[in-house]
Design a binder for this molecule. Structure first.
Ligand SMILES: O=C[C@H](O)[C@H](O)COP(=O)(O)O
Ligand SMILES: C=C(OP(=O)(O)O)C(=O)O
Length: 369
């Protein structure tokens, strides 16, 4: 049984915690792992997936990786439905494209709004974070067991203790790339980590993040038993940039890609770029995402070597919907955060991409050092 509500304590003593209403205990990471342990099959998916992404980043594998899936997970059955379709597509295109499902449980907000399935799994402001953590871990476990690797945004610095053994690729979002806390956390993650450029389009914050994440750090965190701990990290050598556009302008075109390559080389960093086809690169218009993807494939077939991955926001249904009333009133398959392309468009875009990349791969391998 959850300890959350029963163990809520009021903490305002007249001088401290004046704006804190209560503190509620959560199950520890160890409690959650014990109830939902990593299985052999899941472990294989994660380890193989991470190795493929590392090989792509190290130019030992000529393929590209594609992070594709909903803007956010709000319905577990829908996530399973999407994952079954994606797994079949992933198997079909695996010779050219390594597919990782976008499984985002934490949403950074510009101001306020639903902050994702972990924060508010019932989508009714009940904020049952305890249930959210179990739901998130169970879904990731199911996906890994079916052989589908998962990508997520690491937003809350405590969350990785609960789920990161099931993650293949991690993003640090545009709103947190400049944050020391997130760079420290990423320096200890076991996955390759993509840092988005800033929401204003600034690349500098992502380049600074790459220097920071590669270094060892010591910082405050929690251990598996939920105790406060000094976390000492080794540094993560698989940090890379994710271009998502910003400041009202896209940055996926060949000129921006060349500028980014130049800045990375000047900073003595490997010229590895992932491009997010959504967000400011598509002006948040889902219909533009396939065009951005197509442009990136053109750049690769014309010889570009720095684009190693892409991201697409996709769901079963097109667009997005507002959450106005009860979650039961939501239209099945449609995003409740950013607008997504639908499944038919996803299948077509990924198949086209794979077919067009097939001829470009041998040259990518020849050029690999
Ligand atoms: O990808 C999701 C959103 O772009 C991000 O969470 C910001 O959303 P908001 O501006 O609607 O808060
Ligand atoms: C919030 C996201 O992106 P960004 O950080 O680029 O805005 C996202 O991918 O969900």
């Amino acid at each position: 049984m959850s300890k959350t509500m029963a163990d809520a304590v009021t903490v305002d003593d007249g001088v401290d915690n004046l704006n804190v209403v209560a503190q509620e205990l959560l199950p520890t990471p160890e409690d959650v792992h014990n109830r939902l342990p990593l299985t052999e099959a899941a472990r294989d998916t994660v380890l193989v997936g991470r190795r493929v992404v590392e090989d792509i980043l190290d130019r030992r594998d000529p393929r590209v990786f594609l992070v594709v899936g909903p803007c956010s997970i709000h319905d577990i059955d829908l996530a399973h439905d999407y994952a079954r379709r994606l797994k079949a597509l992933a198997d079909e295109v695996k010779d050219t494209v390594f597919i990782i499902m976008r499984v985002y449980f934490e949403k950074p907000r510009t101001t306020v709004g639903w902050k994702g399935l972990i924060n508010d799994p019932h989508m009714d402001d009940s904020f049952r974070i305890d249930e959210g953590l179990y739901k998130a871990r169970k879904l990731l476990l199911d996906l890994a067991e079916m052989g589908l690797p998962a990508a997520t945004e690491a937003l809350d610095p405590i969350t990785p203790q609960y789920i990161s053994d099931l993650i293949t690729w991690t993003a640090i979002g545009a709103r947190t790339t400049e944050s020391q806390t997130h760079r420290e956390m990423a320096s200890g993650l076991s996955t390759p980590v993509g840092f988005k450029n800033g929401t204003d389009g600034s690349l500098e914050v992502a380049i600074n993040a790459l220097h920071s994440v590669a270094h060892p750090h010591s910082f405050l965190g929690i251990n598996g038993q939920g105790q406060c701990a000094v976390i000492r990290t080794r540094g993560n050598r698989y940090g890379h940039v994710v271009l998502r556009g910003g400041g009202g302008k896209p940055n996926y075109d060949s000129v921006n890609i060349a500028l980014c390559e130049k800045e990375l080389t000047a900073a003595q960093l490997p010229p590895n770029l992932v491009v997010d086809c959504s967000h400011a690169n598509s002006n948040k218009d889902p219909g533009l995402q396939p065009l951005v993807l197509d442009n990136l494939v053109n750049q690769i077939t014309e010889g570009n070597r720095s684009i190693v991955g892409m991201m697409v926001e996709s769901n079963i249904g097109w667009g997005n919907q507002k959450m106005n009333g009860s979650p039961e009133d939501l239209v099945y398959g449609v995003s409740i955060t950013d607008a997504c392309i639908d499944w038919e468009t996803t299948e077509k875009s990924v198949r086209d991409m794979a077919a067009r990349l097939r001829d470009a791969l041998p040259a990518r391998l020849e050029k690999a050092s």
